[in-house]
Write a protein that binds this ligand. Structure first.
Ligand code: FES
Length: 141
């Protein structure tokens, strides 16, 4: 005999159930979990009037998962607001930081850089342009 106790059938089944519950918990935090599936634009999207993003300001477009910033010289930058940690839609712009509701990652809305973990990868930069008084962002913009 090895001296090690042999697990009973009940012990094995209980352990399998615990692993299964843990797996469900992890899925609820991911892109398909409680916060829903978030997706960046896959085609150009009309965000609205260009004047809504004044020089030196930032605007979060929750419906399109896009943030647009304009520097003092008028240059535009846009980023996807799909969190690079686990894919949740970032829905809060607090002063100069985007805050993810799922695990608290924070990003600079003007550069896309990570300001607070757990995310480690910057936000995806998107093409953006002003055309006919409208802002358009996304691939092909
Ligand atoms: Fe985890 Fe955003 S999905 S911090």
């Amino acid at each position: 005999m090895s001296g090690r106790p042999v697990p009973s059938r009940r012990t094995v089944l209980y352990s399998a159930a615990a692993v299964s519950v843990t797996g469900l918990g992890a899925a609820a935090c991911g892109p398909g979990g409680e916060s829903g599936v978030a997706a960046a634009p896959t085609a150009p999207v009309d965000l609205g009037a260009e004047k809504e993003v004044a020089p030196g300001s930032v605007k979060l477009y929750r419906d399109h998962n896009v943030v647009v910033g304009r520097d003092e010289d008028g240059a535009l930058k846009a980023y996807s607001t799909v969190c690079t940690h686990a894919g949740c839609a970032i829905d809060r712009l607090e002063e100069d930081r985007l805050v993810c509701p799922c695990h608290g990652s924070e990003f600079d809305p003007r550069t896309g850089e990570v300001l607070h973990a757990p995310a480690t990868v910057p936000l995806e930069e998107l093409r953006v342009k002003a055309s006919g008084g409208r802002l358009v962002a996304g691939p092909g913009a």
